[in-house]
Design a protein around this ligand. Structure first.
Ligand code: FAD
Ligand code: SF4
Length: 351
C-alpha cells in the first residue's frame, strides 16, 4: 500500500516547512497549493521585511521554496484543491482538482496548513471609514508600501507628517464575535512604526492600544527600540471614530490613562487588523470533515499536550489554520505536525 506519502494542504510558511521535513526524512511530501505561487500570505500580500532581523520577505521565502522545489521527494500541485477524501489514518484516498481535471491519490497522513485571512474592516463596529477614506489603510496595505519604500498619503501622494496605528481592529471584540487576541499585531505595528521612521524620520508616529501584548523576541527586538531609539509614541486609548476634517483625518476616542476624551489629527491612519481563518481553511475543514472551533479555525482538542492533532486521527494541523501565530510558532508547529504525520503513515504501513 502506498502509505509512505504525506499530503500537505497549503504552501505557506507552515506547508513549506512541513513538506521539507517530510521529504528530508525520506517520505514523499505531496504539496497541494490553491494559488500559482508558493510562500503563503507573506508573499501573496507582498509583505516587506520579516522579523527577526528585518529580513526581506521575498528573499527569505525564495530560500524556503528552493529547498523543496529541488527536492526529489516532493510532489507539487499548484493551482489545485482537495475536493474529496475517504479512508482512515494510514490509508486515505484523496481527490485533487485543478484546471486539467481531477485525479485521486493515496496518502498515509494529511497536514492542513491553509493559513489565515486579514480581518475585513468593513465588519468593524467602530467608525473607521476604511472604505470611504484613502488615507485609512490596514497593516496589510502598509506592507507593499514599505516594500516599495514609498509610504505616502494615498489621497495626494505627499509624505505623511503624522501617522497613527489603531490596535485590536477585529480582535478582542466580543461584539463582532472575535474575542481572541491575534497575537502578532502589536509586534507588527511596532515593526512597521520603526520602518516608517527609517523612511520618513521627520514623521510623528503614534500607536493607540488597549494593552500591548508582546512575547519572546518581539519585546526586546521591536518594542523597546521602537520607543527608545525611534521615539514612537504609545498611547493607551480607545479610538471610536475616524472622520475627515479638511485634508486631515480626525481621530476621536478616549485617552484611558488620562481618563478624558481625545481628539487628534493625522495624515495616515493604519488599522491593525487581526487574523481570521482563511476561506481555504473553512473549505478544507468541510471537505475533510474536521471540527472547527467557534471562530472557524481548525479545532485542536488537546491544544497544550497535543497541539497538532485534529478531530480526525491521521489528519494534523500546522500554522495559522489553527489560530493566530507568528512565523516562529508556525514553523515549530509544522515541525511537530510533520513528525506526527510521518509516524501515523509509518505505523499503518507496518501493520
Ligand atoms: C501584516 C502582517 C505582517 C506579518 N509579519 C510577520 C513578521 O514580520 N514576522 C512574523 O513572525 N510573522 C509575521 N506575520 C504572521 C505570518 O504572516 C504568519 O505567521 C504566517 O503567514 C502563517 O503561515 P501559514 O502557512 O500558517 O499561513 P499562510 O501564510 O496564510 O499560508 C497558507 C497557504 O495555504 C494556501 N491555501 C489556503 N487554502 C487552501 C486550500 N483550500 N487548498 C490549497 N491551498 C490553500 C494559501 O494560498 C497559502 O499559500 C505577519 C502577519 C501580518 C498580518
Ligand atoms: S496582538 Fe495586540 S493588537 Fe493584536 S489583538 Fe492582541 S492586543 Fe490587540
Amino acid at each position: 500500500m502506498a502509505n509512505n506519502r504525506v499530503l500537505i494542504i497549503g504552501g505557506g510558511p507552515a506547508g513549506l516547512e512541513a513538506a521539507h521535513n517530510v521529504a528530508d526524512l525520506g517520505l514523499t511530501a505531496v504539496l497541494v497549493e490553491k494559488r500559482e505561487r508558493l510562500g503563503g500570505t507573506p508573499i501573496s500580500a507582498q509583505y516587506a521585511a520579516l522579523t527577526h532581523g528585518f529580513r526581506d520577505a521575498e528573499e527569505a521565502f525564495d530560500e524556503m521554496i528552493a529547498r523543496i522545489t529541488q527536492h526529489t521527494h516532493v510532489e507539487m500541485h499548484l493551482n489545485s484543491r482537495v475536493v474529496g477524501v475517504e479512508g482512515k489514518a494510514g490509508d486515505f484516498r484523496v481527490r485533487v482538482e485543478n484546471h486539467h481535471g481531477a485525479h485521486t491519490m493515496d496518502v498515509g497522513a494529511i497536514i492542513v496548513a491553509t493559513g489565515f485571512d486579514h480581518f475585513d474592516p468593513a465588519r468593524e463596529t467602530q467608525i473607521y471609514n476604511y472604505y470611504e477614506y484613502p488615507d485609512v489603510i490596514t497593516i496589510a496595505d502598509l506592507e507593499p508600501m514599505l516594500k516599495a519604500k514609498q509610504v505616502v498619503r494615498r489621497s495626494n501622494g505627499a509624505l505623511p507628517e503624522r501617522v497613527c496605528f489603531i490596535q485590536c481592529v477585529g480582535s478582542r471584540d466580543r461584539q463582532i464575535g472575535n474575542e481572541y487576541c491575534s497575537k502578532v499585531c502589536c509586534g507588527i505595528a511596532s515593526k512597521q512604526a520603526i520602518e516608517i521612521k527609517q523612511l520618513v524620520p521627520s514623521c510623528k508616529v503614534f500607536i493607540f492600544y488597549i494593552d500591548m501584548r508582546m512575547y519572546g523576541y518581539w519585546e526586546n527586538e521591536i518594542y523597546w527600540p521602537a520607543q527608545e531609539k525611534y521615539k514612537v509614541n504609545y498611547i493607551k486609548g480607545i479610538v471610536t471614530e475616524v472622520i475627515q476634517k479638511g485634508d486631515k483625518l480626525l481621530v476621536r476616542g478616549e485617552d484611558t490613562t488620562m481618563g478624558r476624551p481625545m481628539e487628534v489629527t493625522m495624515d495616515l491612519v493604519v488599522l491593525s487588523v487581526g487574523m481570521e481563518p482563511s476561506k481555504g481553511t473553512k473549505e478544507v475543514a468541510q471537505v475533510l470533515g474536521l471540527k472547527q472551533n467557534k471562530f472557524g479555525f481548525i479545532d485542536v482538542p488537546h491544544e497544550s499536550l497535543d497541539p497538532t492533532a485534529t478531530s480526525i486521527p491521521g489528519i494534523f494541523v500546522a500554522g495559522a489554520a489553527a489560530g493566530p501565530k507568528d512565523l516562529d510558532d508556525t514553523i515549530s508547529m509544522a515541525g511537530l505536525a510533520s513528525l506526527r504525520a510521518i509516524t501515523a503513515a509509518r505505523k499503518s504501513h507496518s501493520n
